[in-house]
Design a protein around this ligand. Structure first.
Ligand code: ATP
Ligand code: MG
Length: 396
């Protein structure tokens, strides 16, 4: 296992600057974990013994935002890259299982690392001093194990969200929960109820989009039961399909709630964004109804439900391995040839029909829809003259 990582220019500059101002600074947490695994970190978090005010002063010539000053976090922007610089801290007790009652700053890196959730997340790295690994994080990375820093039962009691984070990292990394960590996580699963739903949702959406989500949920069905509102047992077949889906929240939530009549309610209870909740519940409800395998019928589905919904159904049914063989062919033909799927694709408009004597009322819309269906069924070409000639025959 590597013990060196290469830090990109922006966080490197931030560390250098803090050091020049006389402070300690390290990259820490998820970015160290991912870099050691050879993955590209999404963002680089920095920890320091500088207090937020001191950090801001140290970066006086850069743009800084006091993002969460009371929690010690200042966002520093270098070369258009925003980075969170957080003062070493010790979290107080979480008496409500939601927020630490108080946050105390400390000048000790060791204490900051001790408050972190898992050993693999509790490492810091400095370009000259190298890796600071006080809890065996590197060994656990090699062994692909998620182990709490300290006593699992205590750490989960302090903040129950860590339980879900454990399963989230298992899903993303394919790691196993160490025995004691697993035992406490499962025993304390019901305490997740006390955690703010917004925090649950954040972790849950990462969990279900993980590469190993299907394996985690297969191994721990009680997790899905505990965290998905109105959960029903997810069948093994559905979980296999979940694993074949791309990492897209709408598709994956749609699979978890497959055929569950409470899908929309469940997603709203999770405070999922409206558009996502609607897409996912559409898939949960309709995704298993086979798509047609002729162009005309598929065009009608696109007309009714919209292009995005049908495109997602195609992916959903591919994952379920129920997609009719000809459907993707028809889909390609429709896209490539720009076949008619909506009234605006039609070669005539309401105005054209009014010019040949249609009244400006609901009959106009009905006539346009009839023309559209005839075009989709292939009985009339999508050409103005042919359409107007046909329209004349249905005018009463
Ligand atoms: P990701 O790559 O998904 O952002 P991450 O490990 O960076 O993963 P974050 O939620 O961004 O996860 O948290 C950053 C770091 O803060 C973690 O690596 C961990 O050290 C610490 N941390 C976050 N949440 C908690 C928590 N609830 N309890 C203890 N430590 C936490
Ligand atoms: Mg992070």
């Amino acid at each position: 296992m590597k013990d060196r990582i290469s830090i990109p220019s922006a966080p490197l500059q931030a560390i250098k600057r803090l050091n020049q101002c006389g402070f300690e600074a390290y990259v820490v947490g998820g970015c160290v974990r991912d870099a050691l695994l050879g993955k590209t970190p999404y963002d680089w978090d920095i920890c320091t013994n500088a207090l937020p005010r001191e950090t801001i002063a140290c970066f006086a010539d850069f743009h800084t935002v006091p993002t969460g000053e009371e929690h010690g976090t200042v966002t520093v922007i270098i070369d258009q890259t925003p980075m969170e610089v957080t003062t070493y801290r010790i979290d107080g007790a979480y008496t409500d299982g939601r927020h630490p009652d108080d946050v105390a700053f400390t000048r000790s890196l060791q204490e900051d690392l001790a408050r972190r959730d898992f050993t693999v997340n509790a490492m810091a790295f400095h370009p000259q001093k190298g890796l600071v690994d006080l809890y065996g994080g590197q060994a656990d990375l090699s062994a692909q194990v998620l182990r709490c820093v300290g006593e699992p039962a205590v750490r989960f009691a302090e903040d129950a969200l860590r339980i879900l984070r454990g399963f989230r990292f298992a899903s993303q990394l394919g790691f196993a929960l160490e025995r004691e960590t697993e035992k406490s996580a499962l025993a304390l699963l019901p305490t997740l109820e006390r955690v703010a739903i917004e925090r649950i949702y954040q972790e849950l959406s990462k969990l279900i989009c993980g590469t190993h989500a299907h394996r985690v949920l297969e191994q721990y069905p009680q997790v899905a039961e505990a965290v998905f509102p109105f959960a029903e047992k997810v069948s093994s077949n559905t979980l296999q399909a979940l694993g074949r889906l791309p990492a897209c929240q709408a598709l994956r939530f749609g699979m978890i709630y497959r055929d569950n009549p409470k899908a929309l309610e469940g997603l709203y209870a999770l405070r999922a964004p409206k558009a996502l909740a609607e897409q996912a519940s559409f898939l949960a409800k309709n995704g298993s109804h086979l798509l047609p395998d002729t162009c005309g019928e598929l065009q009608k589905q696109i007309y009714w439900f919209g292009k995005t919904a049908i495109e997602q159904m195609l992916i959903y049914q591919t994952a379920l391995q129920i997609l009719p063989q000809n459907t993707p062919v028809c889909w390609d033909v429709i896209q490539q040839q720009g076949l008619c799927c909506s009234l605006k694709d039609l070669a005539v408009s309401g105005r054209d029909l009014m010019q040949i004597g249609f009244p400006a009322d609901h009959t106009l819309g009905e006539a346009l829809e009839r023309l559209l269906f005839s075009v989709m069924e292939g009985t009339i070409p999508n050409q103005k003259e042919a359409l107007l000639a046909y329209a004349a025959t249905i005018k009463n």
